[in-house]
Every structure is written in C-alpha cells, then in structure tokens.
Design a protein around this ligand. Structure first.
Ligand code: AR6
Length: 180
C-alpha cells in the first residue's frame, strides 16, 4: 500500500528491512549503541563488523545516542548504503513524553537523511518490540510525523518505506495510513 504527500511516497511493505535496497535503513537501537535483539540484531548481523566499528567510534566520541535522536553509519554489507540508528522511547504508560520522543525519532532520522543527500529511506516500527510501545498508537505517530514533514519540509526524501515484520504490525500501519 502507498500514498503520496506532495513529492514523497509513503509505502508499506511486509518483510525484512535488511533486504531493502534503499539509500538508508533505520535501526531501532539503544542509547549505548550496543547491539541488541530484534531489528537491531538482524541489521548488525547482516551489516557486518564495519557497522559495529562505527557505532563503537560514535560511543567513544559522544557516549552513544540519546532517546529521540539519531546517528548515521555505513550500511556495511547491506544493500542499503547507510544505517540511521535512532533510539525510540521505552513505553511507560504514555505520560512520560513517549509520543514526542517517538515523533522525534522519525524527524531526526529524516533530517539526517536530508543532510546526507539521500532520497530513499526505510523505517521499521520503532519502539513496538522490546520497548513495548502499543503498535496502534506508534503507527499513527510514525505516519502522521512523516506526512507532516512531507507536506511542510523544504527538503524531503522522495520515498519513505515502512518495512513491517509481522502481520499484526503490518495491519496497524495499513489502518493508520488508510485513515491519514
Ligand atoms: N525487519 C523489520 N522489522 C523487524 C525485523 C526485521 N528484520 N526484526 C524485528 N522487527 P525491536 P524496539 C520488528 O524490539 O521496540 C533492541 O534490542 C519487530 O517485530 O527490534 O525499538 C535494541 O538494541 C518490531 O515490530 O525494537 C534496543 O535495546 C519492530 O521491529 C531495543 O531492542 C521493533 O522491535 C529496541 O526496542
């Protein structure tokens, strides 16, 4: 399923983000930029040691990546040229700034893509695995944030994919994009 907002197509795909041939894929990382499970584990495994090396350099330089922010590394052995690592909020019930922090992940990732002159980017469903963010709520924030950027930003990738791993997540994003 896809929808176009000004110059940007938002596309939903069900599958494995490590296989996407886009300029950058986004990783749902942790603040220490130390490899974890979920999509982070899959991306690091497929990207290879160059990715971990660059994450280690960033950690040594600036201590990692705070929640809601993003950093960029090589894609290593991935088909994608770059990986943008962003850190989603841990769900704590919704009153601890989680919606704003989640929106910030998408904004900061797009800003890094634009800064690096990238045209296509693929996101996973940030925070809805280990970090426990309810998927229906997260899907609305993710898609609204990208739509608002597409409608207002001076520069914006022309393709923004969401690569969703399981049926339930794909269903939530499909509903949210239909209602956008
Ligand atoms: N492609 C696309 N999506 C995937 C893939 C894949 N290959 N594998 C899993 N997902 P999670 P979080 C989906 O837990 O909640 C890590 O340990 C998954 O089904 O990966 O932001 C980090 O190091 C779910 O829908 O990310 C952090 O410590 C979505 O990706 C922590 O987990 C996100 O689930 C981050 O937790």
């Amino acid at each position: 399923m896809q929808k176009k907002f000004r110059y940007t197509t938002i596309e939903l795909i069900q599958g494995d983000i490590t296989e996407e041939k886009v300029d950058a894929i986004v990783n749902a990382a942790n603040e220490k930029l130390i490899g974890g499970g979920g999509v982070d584990g899959a991306i690091r495994k497929a990207g290879g040691e160059e990715v971990t090396k660059e994450c280690d350099i960033i950690r040594a330089r600036q201590g990692g990546c705070p929640t809601g922010k993003a950093v960029i590394t090589t894609g290593g052995n991935l088909p994608a040229e770059y990986i943008i690592h962003t850190v989603g909020p841990v769900w704590q019930g919704g009153d601890a700034g989680e919606p704003e922090l989640l929106a910030s992940c998408y904004k900061e990732s797009i800003a890094l893509a634009v800064k690096n002159g990238l045209y296509s980017i693929a996101f996973p469903s940030i925070s809805t695995g280990v970090y426990g963010y309810p998927t229906e709520k997260a899907a609305k924030i993710a898609l609204q944030t990208i739509r608002d950027l597409a409608e207002n930003a001076d520069r914006m990738p022309t393709l923004v994919q969401f690569v969703l791993f399981d049926d339930a997540t794909f269903g939530c994003y499909t509903d949210a994009l239909s209602n956008l």
